[in-house]
Design a protein around this ligand. Structure first.
Ligand SMILES: Cc1cc2nc3c(=O)[nH]c(=O)nc-3n(C[C@H](O)[C@H](O)[C@H](O)COP(=O)(O)O)c2cc1C
Length: 178
């Protein structure tokens, strides 16, 4: 197996705020993102999520639902979205989550989105994970009553500029204990 430089991927993955209006994302690339997302780990391997990959006319409706509160105006040129719903757990995950009083579903969904966006980055795509949208509208677009947990914008970045990451320091969020 070839070694992949993960740190490089982590550095260049960023929330894309400007998408190229002239380029559409080929469906095979979206499938590739799904392939990697499916490989992500989840509690009891339950994978409590569903990905609606929305393009075409329906993507326009998703854009409206993302921007209707005056937020996320940067998605104006985005033609592909992943709408991520929360789905039921299998029995062991349900029992585990309840016994441990832990919200494993949110964790699983977040990890899956991280895999999806990491794969997209390797393909030269820009993405932005979003939690702010009109949930009712998006439920209607994809025809589900389940909670919409995330929407991921997918497109080609307009420029190749990688912003410097603003993050907390190691000391602020880590401690090595022996
Ligand atoms: C769960 C989640 C929800 C987010 N929701 C939004 C959102 O609604 N709108 C937005 O512009 N960015 C959103 N973001 C993007 C974050 O603002 C971004 O990841 C963070 O500022 C770090 O920047 P970077 O992704 O470029 O490294 C979200 C990110 C995550 C992980």
């Amino acid at each position: 197996m070839d070694f992949v430089e993960f740190k490089q991927l982590a550095k260049v993955r960023q929330s894309c705020r400007d998408y190229d209006p002239d380029k559409t994302v080929d469906e095979s690339l979206l499938e590739s993102c799904v392939d990697s997302m499916i490989l992500s780990p989840s509690a009891c391997n339950a994978q409590p999520y569903f990905y609606y990959i929305v393009t075409g006319e329906k993507a326009k409706k998703v854009r409206n639902a993302l921007t209707s509160f005056g937020m996320n105006s940067f998605v104006k040129n985005v033609n592909a979205f992943a709408v991520v719903t929360e789905e039921n757990y299998n029995l062991s995950a349900k029992i585990g989550s309840s016994m441990k009083n832990q919200d494993f579903k949110s964790i699983d969904i977040g990890i899956s989105a991280a895999y999806f966006t990491a794969e997209a980055t390797t393909l030269g795509l820009g993405t932005c994970i979003m939690g702010w949208f009109d949930e009712d509208q998006i439920q209607k677009i994809v025809d589900t009553k389940n909670r919409i947990r995330l929407v991921i914008a997918i497109g080609y970045p307009k420029d190749s500029n990688i912003r410097e990451k603003k993050r907390k320091t190691h000391q602020a969020i880590t401690k090595f204990i022996k």
